[in-house]
Design a protein around this ligand. Structure first.
Ligand code: ADP
Length: 399
């Protein structure tokens, strides 16, 4: 009897303690309410939250199913945990068959494995691949998930690339067609100018002046057509042809020398500043020289009389970085993102004299640098000058 009583008292005390605990935990949320009521309300809130979570999850799953881009979830074991309808279509797989496959098993292409591995290490990686000759051109972006594993986003860019190809071919054809007659006109204008000068006063000064202007303007058009052809050749070439070991230091000196006369005429001093022991880079010396000449030409063109331009070559973070520094007009912040587009010019009225360009030089330069696996960028303060730099990764040294 005494034992029974002790058990009943123990149960009652423990219940009392539990009730006290519930009261203490919920007092702030539901002040003055009975413990049973508080528990009921907590349960109702938990049910509502579960329902809301379920709705949001279903809504998100539906959205992922209907968007046109492929979305593939990859677990830490490198197996596919989820894949939407677009991913199955883009990979030409029956619905629902991707889940559980390895990346290699699903894509049958080691380039995707490389993108995934790079994203696992750095957080994000991307690439453009065609999985089979007749398949779509895919842009594949991998991002590490903040929760677990990573996400792959697949976008079909076949149509975009087709249109870009048509545009490039159109420009290429047009430039080819224009080049021959324009070169003839340019040569005729040049001859005419020389003859007009030789004729002296026999030809009125105003007429001689007009003939000279025709020569200058046709020269500009010929240069533009040549640069357009250059650009389309570089664009359609894909990768570089001949790769040499290129020493950027001597190339900087040679390019500076090519521009020396032009700079002197504009009253601008040219200087090089080369770090010691620069390693060579893999590249096309002619093309890299062309980039340097473009940048130097701009730096001189946009410098004031008496200004100076420096070409600096140094090693930074595994790359050889070449910078062309001027103290000229600078580039407004808003324009900095656009100057590498073809035909983009900040302000047509800013250039001194007749030396206005075509707006193609930087577009060509960017293509060349990208083909070298490098990057090109600008830092500039309006009114204080610009620094154009390009970085080429250092390759393994020659044997
Ligand atoms: P362009 O033949 O007109 O020089 P680019 O593609 O080389 O064509 O340059 C595009 C535009 O970027 C130029 O028209 C100019 O507005 C701006 N720009 C390029 N380099 C410089 C510089 N060093 N200083 C100021 N503006 C520059």
């Amino acid at each position: 009897m005494a034992i029974l009583l002790a058990i009943v008292i123990a149960i009652a005390t423990s219940r009392g303690r539990t009730l006290e605990e519930i009261r203490g935990l919920t007092e702030e949320r539901f002040p003055g309410e009975e413990p049973a009521g508080r528990v009921r309300r907590l349960l109702a809130e938990a049910d509502a939250a579960t329902l809301e979570l379920d709705r949001a999850r279903r809504d998100l799953s539906y959205l992922i199913e209907i968007i046109g881009v492929g979305v593939v979830g990859i677990g830490d074991d490198r197996r596919i945990t989820s894949a939407n309808a677009a991913a199955h279509t883009l990979l030409d797989r029956p619905a629902g068959s991707l889940r559980g496959l390895t990346i290699t098993g699903a894509f049958l292409d080691t380039r995707i494995d490389a993108i995934v591995e790079a994203a696992r290490e750095t957080g994000a990686a991307s690439g453009e691949v065609r999985l089979r000759p007749d398949a779509a051109m895919l842009v594949v972006r991998a991002r590490r998930s903040p929760v677990e594993g990573l996400w792959l986003v697949l976008e079909d860019v076949s149509e975009l690339r087709r249109l870009q190809q048509i545009r490039a071919e159109f420009i290429d054809n047009l430039s080819h067609e224009l080049r021959t007659p324009l070169t003839t006109v340019s040569l005729l204008a040049e001859t005419l100018t020389r003859e007009a000068e030789a004729a002296g006063d026999a030809i009125p000064a105003r007429m001689r002046d007009r003939i000279a202007k025709i020569e200058v303007e046709t020269g500009h058009i010929v240069q533009m057509v040549n640069e357009l052809l250059d650009l389309s050749r570089i664009e359609s070439g894909g990768s570089l042809g001949v790769l040499d070991w290129v020493d950027m230091g001597p190339l900087a000196v040679a390019s500076t020398e090519r521009l020396r006369l032009f700079a002197e005429r504009q009253g601008v001093t040219l200087r090089t500043d080369l770090a010691d022991g620069l390693p060579p880079v893999r590249g096309d010396e002619g093309r890299l020289g062309q980039v340097l000449v473009n940048l130097l030409h701009n730096a001189v063109k946009f410098s004031p009389d008496g200004g100076d331009v420096v070409v600096r070559v140094a090693v930074e973070e595994g790359s050889v970085v070449t910078s062309v520094i001027d103290h000229g007009v600078g580039i407004p912040r808003a324009a900095q993102a656009r100057i590498f587009e073809r035909f983009y010019k900040v302000d047509r009225a800013r250039v001194r004299g007749e030396a206005s360009g075509t707006g193609l030089g930087l577009a060509i330069s960017r293509h060349v640098i990208q083909q070298h696996g490098g990057r090109i960028w600008v830092e500039s303060d309006e009114g204080a000058g610009s620094t154009f730099s390009f970085a080429i990764p250092i390759a393994d040294p020659p044997d």
